[in-house]
Design a protein around this ligand. Structure first.
Ligand code: PXP
Length: 265
């Protein structure tokens, strides 16, 4: 199971002072030493953390493959194609959101996604589509010729927080998930089952086009084990929880500890 470390929040911290440190490029080398397999970053339309120059420096200097998350934004896509990172993951984006809230609506953007995937192919860039765990999305991703899907684990992560942390007793409690404990556990089981079924479907060879299956969003040291145990998922992309822990134990240790958590049964 590969680990992609999302380093956006190193840039978030830098932007708090709008100066030059901490430099996300430095994180790339620490991640490599800690055994990470990939660097992931998101060039958002509002450039709230990662900037164009970060992407350029990281793609040019990273000893690890670089996976860049991008919305269907023509200018960003042109910029990224010229840099030719190893992979681009297409994600939905809303200006007002704190983080990527859901998966791509492939059906509504079918033609645009098809054209963008063809462009990536012509530049030799691998592609993934960030989707919710819905069977229809897997079929559409196959039909479009994507190489991989990344399943959004945010709902599972939120249910896990509501079930096993203090969150539900604080002002940060997630209103839409204010359910009786039994219902939370049942929902969590359903959500995990949906992720598992979609991972199986994505990687099954029902036609000549199989997809690689990745997962990410909201994964932390407590909830990662169950997702990492799904054998069809070959890569996890994790950011916030690793950077949060790095504040206390350092980035190298935080990544090593996440790799250990991914192995726990
Ligand atoms: N994967 C994708 C496609 C994302 O958009 C994000 C958030 O930028 C992540 C993984 C990482 O999520 P988190 O920071 O919650 O670990």
């Amino acid at each position: 199971m590969r680990l992609g470390v999302n380093i956006d929040h190193i840039a978030t911290l830098r932007e708090a002072r709008a100066i030059y440190e901490p430099d996300p490029l430095e994180a790339v080398f620490i991640a490599k030493n800690a055994g990470a397999h990939q660097i992931t970053l998101h060039l958002r339309e509002d450039r709230r953390h990662i900037h164009d120059s970060d992407v350029k420096r990281i793609v040019q200097s990273s000893p690890l493959p670089v996976n860049i998350e991008s919305a269907l934004d023509e200018k960003i896509i042109d910029y990224l194609c010229a840099l030719a990172p190893q992979r681009i993951t297409l994600v939905p984006e809303k200006r007002e959101e704190v983080t990527t809230e859901g998966g791509l609506d492939i059906e509504s953007h079918y033609d645009t996604i098809r054209d963008v995937l063809k462009t990536f192919e012509s530049y030799g860039i691998a592609t993934a589509l960030f989707i919710d765990s819905k069977k229809e999305s897997i079929f559409l991703a196959r039909e479009l010729g994507a190489q991989a899907v990344e399943l959004h684990t945010g709902r599972y992560a939120n249910l896990h927080l509501m079930a096993y942390s203090n969150l539900s007793r604080t002002h940060r409690s997630i209103k839409s998930l204010k359910l009786a404990p039994q219902e939370i556990y049942e929902e969590m089981t359903h959500t995990l089952d949906d992720i598992t079924q979609c991972a199986k479907l994505a990687t099954s060879s029902i036609d000549t086009r199989t997809l690689e299956c990745f997962a990410g969003h909201g994964l932390n040291y407590q909830n990662v084990g169950k997702i990492a145990q799904i054998p069809q998922i070959s890569e996890l992309n994790i950011g916030h929880s690793i950077i949060a822990r790095a504040v206390f134990v350092g980035l190298e240790r935080a990544i090593i500890q996440m790799r250990e958590a991914m192995c726990q049964r």
